[in-house]
Design a protein around this ligand. Structure first.
Ligand code: PBG
Length: 337
């Protein structure tokens, strides 16, 4: 007499995937990927002044902080074991101009933040961006001449800004402005200035995305931006082009690669890791963060579980780490386990 079990075994050939899923201990034993605090890079927003922590309405739970408060936050992050911060400045409007000239001020907000953080918390890595958008009156990442974001002149400027950032103590320069040739130019400029030890994390594949909306509110570029960034960011339709763009950055000397945004481009994470084997990071951007927060606030999803699931997805896709606004929440959660 055949029972139901035997009928199933005829099909599965005695292979049953559920054996390894049957208990918490088996599941823990066979778990392939794990999220740890070592995977986290925390992006923070810095504002001028002192003693201020102000919420960003479009990013619930994320604040803009003055340098002194950013130092406190950095200490807290380091105590939790977060390896690195990525800093973004909200520059005073009066200091923004057509060429983003404040990016070349040695003591601008971003460099003040770096030196204060590195002085107080030497063991946390500081990653700085050299894109010009926080500094320009038009919100573009490069210099605008007529209707064009000019490539070579922008590269010339960002490589100089990179040297000032390294002088201030930045450990890794992360150029996000997607100009051609920037990685090689920044590498040569850093080396010439004696900064051989400063790394480059290339925003190798940065897509022309609608997911950056809340970030633009955070650094007040949203209202300024004229047109879009399609002439320098990658078309969301193009995966092979993204791999080619990353290949150039690898050739030019990038130490690490980044994919941005994260979850909608998770195939690119996998492709870059497979193609180059470099340390590869995903930037779970503001819109990704805010969508989870908004749905959770409505009670439509379990925000904590969705947060962990998205971050684990990056690990499964081959990422070595994630830039995420959830970094502190996750670090606290993991510390409790
Ligand atoms: C621009 C820059 C962007 C982000 C960081 N630097 C994109 C943009 O404004 O076009 C987005 C980060 C986020 O959305 O979290 N250099």
């Amino acid at each position: 007499m055949q029972d139901k079990t035997h009928l199933v075994d005829e099909i599965t050939g005695h292979r049953r995937m559920r054996r390894n899923r049957k208990a918490d201990w088996t599941r823990r034993l066979v778990q392939e990927n794990r999220l740890t605090v070592d995977d986290l890079i925390w992006p923070i927003f810095v504002i001028p002044g002192s003693g201020i922590v102000e919420p960003i309405p479009a990013m619930p739970g994320v604040n803009r902080m003055t340098v002194d408060k950013a130092v406190e936050a950095a200490k807290e992050a380091a105590d939790l074991g977060i390896p690195a911060l990525a800093t973004f400045p909200n520059i005073e409007m009066e200091l923004r101009d057509a060429t983003g000239s404040n990016s070349l001020e040695k003591n601008n907000l971003i460099n003040l933040a770096t030196s204060a953080i590195k002085k107080a918390v030497p063991n946390i890595g500081v990653i700085t961006d050299v894109a010009l958008d926080p500094f320009t009156s038009h919100g573009h990442d490069g210099i605008l001449r007529g209707n064009e974001i000019v490539n070579d002149e922008t590269v010339e400027q960002v490589m100089r800004a990179a040297v000032y950032q390294a002088d201030a103590g930045a450990d890794i320069i992360a150029p996000s402005e997607m100009m051609d040739g920037r990685i090689g130019a920044i590498r040569r400029a850093l080396d010439a200035a004696g900064h051989q030890g400063v790394g480059i994390m290339s925003y190798a594949t940065k897509f022309s995305s609608a997911f950056y909306g809340p970030y633009r509110e955070a650094i007040s570029t949203g209202g300024l931006l004229k047109g879009d960034k399609k002439t320098y960011y990658i078309d969301p339709a193009n995966g092979t082009e993204a791999v080619r763009d990353a290949a150039l950055d690898v050739e030019e000397g990038a130490d690490m690669l980044m994919v941005k945004p994260g979850l909608p481009y998770i195939d690119i994470c996998w492709r870059l890791k497979e193609a180059f084997g470099l340390p590869t990071f995903a930037y779970q951007v503001s819109g990704e963060y805010s969508m989870i927060k908004a749905a959770a606030a409505n009670g439509w999803i379990d925000g904590e579980r969705v947060m962990l699931e998205t971050l684990l997805a990056f690990k499964r896709a081959g990422c070595d780490g994630i830039l995420t606004y959830f970094a502190m929440d996750v670090a606290k959660l993991l510390a409790k386990r």
